[in-house]
Design a protein around this ligand. Structure first.
Ligand code: NAD
Ligand code: ZN
Ligand code: ZN
Length: 338
């Protein structure tokens, strides 16, 4: 470490020992390596994947075999820098982009670093996440945020990035008609980003009436109850529910030549209306996280164009991470403050 503020020898972190088993442990504070920074974590969003690891100990092929620190939506303040990093960054408030790619493979070279097979991503076994007092990360993945952006908002640039990336794929622009399925944090952010991009119609569907009402306050021009309302024709459909019936309904609502973006992760496999896709030349794509979105995300949060603080419905400390990871439909985003 070249220079640093006052840093203790050890820190507390929340460790997932096995499915359903979280424990606060004392560990050595990590040391920033070359071109890395050490960050005192301020806030970390909890997310569906943390909930999934906590409940089931795995997501598909990613299995928790060794104790794992969860949390991949962190913000904080740089307290030390490793060799090769400007010591002037100490004290800087940052939002952490939680996946550092190899920088050498063909996907990295092409700029699609979210597809890097060797990406090191927080809270994905065996890589520890950020439900901890301190974390280290590559200096260029610690993005500076202005002082007036709260710790919570700086942390939520991660899900905001998911939404920005979804619109990048959807091709949303001025006057677009967009259908969003699911009014969880991701769907609400997709609705807000649609508004920022000048979409003329932003339809949000969710079976939960409270979530539909919330969507109205986050940019939806109309809300739909999937059990009762059919969607009108749209230019793009962004699924943020992972629910197969929502995907099928959305697909049928898209105009000829329109786009379907699958963000939600639910069923690994489903039956698709191939003839409808073919005869209308629908473009269908998935999304995997994001690439190059933080500069845009920082600007949207800093200007107030997107409201992240209002998504936050609760806070917990490291001792209560388990509460935050127990699904409660009344909560939208619960933040951990390590
Ligand atoms: N592709 C990626 O890189 C990426 C990144 C982050 C999250 N995700 C996924 O995005 C999805 C959304 O995340 P979230 O945190 O907002 O989840 P969430 O569970 O909070 O929200 C999902 C919402 O979908 C609603 N829903 C359920 N069935 C529906 C239906 N038939 N029609 C419309 N809405 C329906 C639920 O009521 C809920 O409000 C999750 O599946 C998550 O795994 C994907
Ligand atoms: Zn997340
Ligand atoms: Zn790579």
């Amino acid at each position: 470490m070249s220079a640093s503020l006052e840093i203790p020898e050890s820190m507390r972190c929340s460790v997932l020992r096995a499915a359903g088993e979280l424990e606060v442990q004392q560990r050595a504070v990590p040391r920033p390596g070359p071109r890395e920074v050490l960050v005192r974590v301020g806030a970390v969003g909890t997310c569906g994947s943390d909930v999934h690891y906590y409940r089931h100990g795995r997501i598909g092929g990613f299995v928790v075999r060794e104790p794992l620190v969860l949390g991949h939506e962190p913000s904080g303040r740089i307290v030390a820098v490793g060799p090769g990093v400007d010591a002037g960054r100490i004290g800087q408030r940052v939002s952490l982009e939680p996946g550092v790619p190899c920088r050498r493979c063909r996907h990295c070279h092409a700029g699609s670093y979210n597809l890097c097979p060797d990406i090191v991503f927080f809270a994905t076994p065996p890589v520890d996440g950020a439900f901890a007092e301190y974390v280290t990360i590559a200096d260029d993945f610690a993005h500076p945020v202005p002082e007036h952006v709260s710790d919570d908002a700086a942390a939520l640039l991660e899900p905001l990035s998911v939404a920005i990336w979804a619109h990048h794929k959807a091709g949303t622009g001025i006057g677009s008609r967009v259908l969003v399925a699911g009014a969880g944090p991701i769907g609400l952010l997709v609705a807000q980003v649609a508004a920022v991009q000048g979409a003329a119609e932003i339809l949000v569907s969710d079976p939960d009436p409270a979530r539909r009402e919330l969507a109205r306050t986050f940019g939806a021009t109309a809300v739909l109850d999937p059990a009762a309302d059919a969607a009108p024709e749209v230019d793009a459909f962004v699924d943020c529910s992972g629910a197969p019936p929502a995907v099928l309904a959305g697909l049928r609502a898209v105009r000829p030549g329109g786009t379907v973006v699958l963000v939600g992760m639910g069923a690994d496999e489903m039956t698709l209306p191939v003839a409808a896709l073919q005869s209308r030349e629908i473009v269908l794509t998935g999304t995997f996280r994001y690439a190059n979105t933080w500069p845009t995300a920082v600007r949207l949060a800093a200007s107030g164009a997107v409201d992240l603080d209002r998504l936050v419905t609760g806070h917990v400390d490291l001792e209560h991470v388990g509460d935050a990871l127990s699904p409660d439909p009344a909560q939208v985003k619960v933040m951990v403050r390590p």
